[in-house]
Design a protein around this ligand. Structure first.
Ligand code: DQA
Length: 146
């Protein structure tokens, strides 16, 4: 089964960006771990990052045609993007929302997520481990359906 793992703005700077909040692992490390766990779970992974809202929306449109699920860390767009919410709302498969940090113990503007309105589940504050956990859950949800 094909799964898209989508990452929003500034996540290309992981490892260098506020490491006291996001840790020292890079996006390449996360991608490698997703591919390793994906192989174990029988999931084929498409891994992407963009700083542009339209690019993320285009990948969601691509996923809705060919994928079995999406894991998405929309980063700051979590809190602002009705457009990403609308794109995800067109998908008939499970969507898992991931945040590296625990957004609920941070600024109040991070407490609201548009994406959570359509997410099957949300992982926050588990560090980069949230990604493989999300893939595990997606493997279970998509297997139940198959
Ligand atoms: C984040 C949390 C968001 O509030 C923030 O804008 C990010 C990353 C996280 O993974 O913890 O860029 O999604």
């Amino acid at each position: 089964r094909l799964v898209f793992v989508l990452n929003g703005p500034n996540l290309n700077l992981l490892g260098k960006r506020q490491p006291h909040i996001y840790g020292y692992e890079t996006l390449a490390d996360i991608e490698a771990e997703c591919r390793r766990v994906g192989t174990e779970l029988g999931l084929d992974i498409r891994f992407h990052q963009s700083n542009a809202e339209h690019q993320i929306i285009d990948w969601i449109h691509e996923a809705r045609e060919i994928a079995a699920g999406i894991v998405i860390n929309p980063a700051a767009y979590t809190h602002t993007s009705v457009a990403i919410l609308d794109a995800l709302s067109t998908c008939e498969f499970p969507v898992i929302e991931v945040h590296i940090s625990n957004v609920h113990k941070r600024e109040s503007f991070r407490h609201h997520s548009y994406v959570s309105l359509v997410a099957s589940g949300v992982i926050a504050g588990f560090g980069t481990q949230g990604y493989p956990l999300a893939l595990q859950r997606l493997a279970k949800l998509t297997a139940d359906k198959a």
